[in-house]
Design a protein around this ligand. Structure first.
Ligand code: SF4
Length: 289
């Protein structure tokens, strides 16, 4: 049976989408609920804005859950690579208690909560083709050391005998797209298992930039804003998002826009490998609300 993916074209219909996808079933009264998000690097304008996603705080609170926004520090040195500047960035991008109804907690990897709602800005990515829910969990819920592990490929690296990067926690970008995609999925499996099924996924196809929100800039969108999708299956959700972008006319004239952007990257790897590991399935049924 195909996995269910729910969809709305209306960007102000998030609460109804939450209900249609039965997202509330992961929430129990009194329990902490991590709202995993990417706060965007300063200078980037494509990241998810707080006013767009804050209806989720209200929904979680209405069910008795205790929501908080969360992300983990980046490996590269920027304005989200240590907890103090990361908090400042989130604050400057509008993620405040006053504005959204929830606090920000920067975690050291998988957030400490009973359940996790993974809120993703779907966009292109130079290493994985696209950045979707799987990457938001696999890389986004990794500590700096785990991110370094995911980006490296020491067994095939000539620098291995003398390399001190892992001791010093210095960024390494040696891992090929294939290696990194598989490492991301391996970690996503660990994170999702850690939550014992209490995970749900909501992705926004808005401001679909060519690169991820870790850059201090963003490209013009490659397609018009298409809406919001939700599922309890992150593979089906990412597959639905990539199909929707590829099936929509935009400024990149190619059947596969992500392949056209990053010809050396096969984004299918993350979906295929994730499906093999039991994270979900690529076959989905889209229900528009
Ligand atoms: S440069 Fe990266 S891949 Fe090579 S040995 Fe060092 S950490 Fe490993």
């Amino acid at each position: 049976m195909a996995a269910k993916v729910f969809f709305t074209k209306e960007l102000n219909n998030l609460a109804a989408l939450f209900d249609a996808a039965q997202t509330g079933k992961i929430i129990k009264a009194g329990e902490l609920v991590a709202l995993k998000i990417h706060f965007g690097e300063p200078g980037n304008q494509a990241y998810l804005k707080p006013d767009r996603v804050k209806p989720l705080v209200k929904k979680v609170k209405a069910l008795g859950g205790k929501p908080f926004w969360t992300d983990a520090n980046t490996l590269y040195h920027g304005k989200r690579s240590d907890t103090k500047t990361h908090l400042m960035t989130a604050h400057n991008h509008g993620y405040t208690l006053n504005r959204t109804g929830a606090e920000v907690v920067i975690s050291s990897g998988a957030p400490d909560a009973a359940a996790m709602l993974v809120i993703t800005h779907f966009k292109g990515h130079e290493l994985t083709g696209f950045g979707g829910a799987l990457k938001n969990v696999g890389m986004g819920c990794a500590s700096r050391a785990e991110k370094l592990e995911q980006h490296s490929d020491c067994d095939h690296c000539p620098a291995k005998p003398t390399c001190k990067k892992k001791e010093k926690l210095e960024a390494c970008w040696v891992g090929s797209s294939q290696v990194v995609q598989k490492n991301i999925i391996d970690h996503a499996v660990r994170v999702i298992r850690h939550f014992g099924g209490k995970t749900a996924f909501i992705s926004f196809i808005t401001d679909v930039s060519e690169n991820c929100d870790c850059y201090a800039f963003n490209s013009e969108p490659i397609v018009p804003d298409l809406g919001i999708l939700a599922s309890c299956d992150p593979i089906a959700l990412d597959q639905a998002c990539v199909d929707m972008v590829n099936n929509t006319a935009g400024r990149i004239k190619a059947t596969d826009k992500f392949k056209a952007l990053y010809p050396k990257v096969d984004w299918n790897i993350q979906l295929q490998y994730g499906a093999e590991l039991g994270l979900g399935q690529r076959k989905y049924e889209l229900s528009e609300i």
